[in-house]
Design a protein around this ligand. Structure first.
Ligand code: FAD
Length: 339
């Protein structure tokens, strides 16, 4: 038996979410006797990702589908690949064509944009249910997940033979990378998967990503978000200046994204990113349930809003009823003095 973990990466580095998924997979493994953790890397020219993965303790095998068609993570190509791997319940080593029989009990990845795209297709191909966005592992077949935008937590038990899961990465601490292993030859065997034909059902056109030197939104320790109250794109500069002083990431409400103030990869909430920083500062955000769904795991929430009845104050630890256009420059000036 084995648990198949599908890696998040950009063909250069493993993304932080994968380390949280590894923790979730290890927790599942504790409930199954004699199971292994296999990491599946799907990409193109992703040798540095493989090298990084070899520094992960606890893995029994790294499976690699390194092919041009996987340069960009298209669900229409990824889902059949995972399906065939699991359906055959095995994989072959490219060089000697030996076939290793493996039975997968779980297929697990992060509930990021890519995982949310292909995992439902994998589940449909296997004719099993998908269990989305798990926040805890109760046993090998029972998991907790938020429903109604986080207003309630459901405990879900699956009787399917194979569990197809996505993991809320902010709910699991990241497994550590044993960096010393990077320098020496890893013992984790790497198996190359046979090349696969392009499904032809989708094509990559372009990616427009926000270029930022600030921390990544989902892993940042401090996040400052702006809402419709910011009024326009230029005013977001006030947040960027403050964020740079605090080494924080910048996020936004959906209203701010829809109004075109910022790019949609900054959106936080039910249909955006889920964050769980040590400190979350909501500026000019009313606190709609769909936004709260993305920030509920934050350790401390600070809200700045000029409406004393704004719902964000119901969930905030520190509430500042004030005009953001007065507060932000003052805060920035104070932090500058304190250095
Ligand atoms: P508003 O609700 O308009 O609030 C603006 C706030 O700014 C107000 O509270 C106001 O008092 C304050 N303000 C104005 N001027 C100032 C000032 N000068 N100083 C201080 N405060 C000021 N939303 C998300 O954020 N993320 C999601 O993922 C998301 N997903 C959704 C999914 C669905 C299916 C639906 C239906 C909605 C979703 N929404 C989501 C939208 C959500 O319902 C709200 O509409 C949105 O969060 C509101 O954004 P906001 O708080 O910026 O704007």
């Amino acid at each position: 038996m084995a648990i198949l973990i599908v890696a998040d990466h950009d063909n250069h580095t493993l993304q932080a979410a994968t380390f949280s998924v590894l923790t979730a997979a290890s927790e599942i493994a504790k409930h199954i006797s004699d199971t292994e953790l296999h990491l599946l890397i799907i990409g193109n020219e992703c040798q540095s990702v493989i090298a990084m993965a070899q520094g992960i303790t606890g893995l029994s095998k790294i499976l690699v589908a390194d092919h041009q068609i996987h340069q960009y993570p298209l669900a229409e190509n990824i889902a059949p690949l995972i399906f065939s791997l699991v359906q055959e319940q095995g994989h072959c080593n490219d060089e000697n064509r030996e076939f290793d029989k493996v039975e997968y009990s779980h297929i697990i990845t992060s509930a990021g944009t890519t995982g949310k795209d292909y995992q439902p297709r994998v589940a449909a191909l296997l004719d099993v249910a998908q269990i989305s966005d798990i926040i805890s592992v109760e046993s090998a077949d029972t998991f907790k997940r938020p429903i109604y935008a986080g207003k309630a937590i459901a405990t879900v038990q699956s009787s399917d033979a194979i569990k197809v899961l996505t993991v809320r990465s902010s709910a699991f601490t990241a497994a550590s990378l044993t960096t010393e292993l990077l320098a020496i030859e890893s013992q984790v065997p790497v198996a190359a998967l046979a090349a696969q034909a392009d499904s032809g059902k989708s094509a990559f056109i372009k990616a427009e990503l926000t270029q930022s030197s600030r921390p990544e939104l989902t892993t940042a320790k401090i996040v400052i978000s702006g809402g419709r109250g910011m009024q326009n794109t230029d005013n977001f500069e006030l947040l960027y200046t403050l964020a740079d002083q605090l080494h924080a990431a910048v996020g936004a409400s959906r209203a701010a994204v829809d109004a075109g103030f910022v790019a949609n990869d900054l959106q936080i909430g039910q249909t955006g990113k889920i964050v769980a920083p040590d400190l979350y500062i909501a500026v000019g955000i009313s606190g709609a349930i769909q936004h709260i769904a993305g920030i509920a795991g934050s350790k401390v929430i600070v809200a700045i809003n000029n409406d004393p009845d704004a719902p964000i104050f119901d969930v905030a630890d520190y509430c500042l009823v004030a005009d953001l256009f007065e507060v932000l420059p003052e805060l920035t000036a104070v932090l500058k003095v304190k250095g």
